[in-house]
Ligand binder design. Sequence first.
Ligand SMILES: Cc1ncc(COP(=O)(O)O)c(C=O)c1O
Length: 476
Amino acid sequence: MNTTPLYRQLANHYLDAIRSGTLKTGERFPSIRLMMEKHAVSLSTAVQVCRELEDYGVLEARPRSGNYIRQPDKPQKTSPIALVQPLDTGVYVGIHEQVSSVLKASQRALIKVNFASAYCAPELYPLKTLQDNMVKSLRHDSCLYGVAGSTNGNSALRSLLARRALTTKANLTAERIVITNGATEAINLALRAVTQPGDTVAVESPTFYGLLQILESLNLRVLEVPASAHTGINLNALQLLLQGPEKIKAMIVIPNLQNPLGSIMPDANKARLVKLCAEHDTVLIEDDTYGDLVDTEQPLSTLKHWDRSDNVIYCASLNKTLAPGMRLGWISAGRWHERVEMLKHTQSRGCEALSQLAVSAFMKTPSYERYLRRLRKTLTQQRQQMSEAITRHFPIGTSVTHPQGGTLLWVELPRRHSSMAFFHEALKVGIQISPGDIFSNAKRFNHFVRIGCGAPYSPKIDEAVQTLGRILKNQG
Ligand SMILES: Cc1ncc(COP(=O)(O)O)c(C=O)c1O
């Protein structure tokens, strides 16, 4: 039985909320009446709770206005009951631990300039058009939120995606597309459809750390295949691995504007990769998150285009190209479609309808292509400016990739530099970068960093690049 008086238990409850930031300085504290109602306590208990919190220095009463959370100006009394320790976000092994520690350190820091993001700056996205489309959609169908959408997603959007895929020479059908919560959900679904825990899945090395996290969270074993910034995955190395003793159940490849390398696989390599995987009965999961951000007007071909045996699962996303906040992605799983549909249904049901309507209304107009054309030009320029600034400010011996699209640069530091030490030093002055260590389980990239160029180049960014250069020179 809990012998702590009720008012103290409640005071501790709110104290925890204040300490964890759920209730913030300056916010109004729940009224006495609300506390009596919600916690079924008497007037005197509710008043005592407030007194106790005032005593801790975290609550102030403002005449005729109520109680407000305040910053304590004296050391706080120790809580009579030990506060609940913040829950660990999970038990991580391998890359999870490293990625989580990097993400946590970044969350704790006061970030002034973020070079760790792969997104474009918000002002580069067509937000006004999308908002207008949302309003129109709601006006047109005021009952929209009263009905649950289909598991597969909006059929008009699926048709538009299938039609657009034709330009990348992939043949997708609207009936076999499932709209997902970003590429992340699409890849999760693909892996769950074709693997069992304990199976081995191959990835490029380096690769997007989010993929390594997904594999780990699904208890899959990871095999890393070397990749280059010029032509992507090394097919000879892959062939040797496929012929080796370990069965590779699936392989995830980012053929176009690979993250972090920025490589685009030549068509001949795409064709060979698809053939190799089919011959070895290895399911090929294509992650085409960045394809639409290529500099050229000519769309890039997809692996799906070369797929003759329905062995490629195509995953893509609008989160980099159109609207990160909408979290829209999609999957075309071919012969695994029914299984993916079932998994999506059991996992999360269909995606929210309004954003799909807003996107399809935009995508069916010529403005969409015009918007993408503009975005590509802007990114080309931003990457160019960033690349020149890095060359100017970073130490001699630094090398930078020159991707033909996208938002990312992969920077190799002179060997004596540790990217993790660089990451922590940069964070201290409010600059966030992605250390190479998190892009692989093998410790091969600990002198690389990934720099995002999604924001328009500005004096503030230039100053931040200069600061990064200074940090590196001091470290050297
Ligand atoms: C290669 C790659 N795949 C997948 C994702 C995740 O995409 P989404 O935000 O659509 O879930 C990212 C995000 O950075 C990525 O770079």
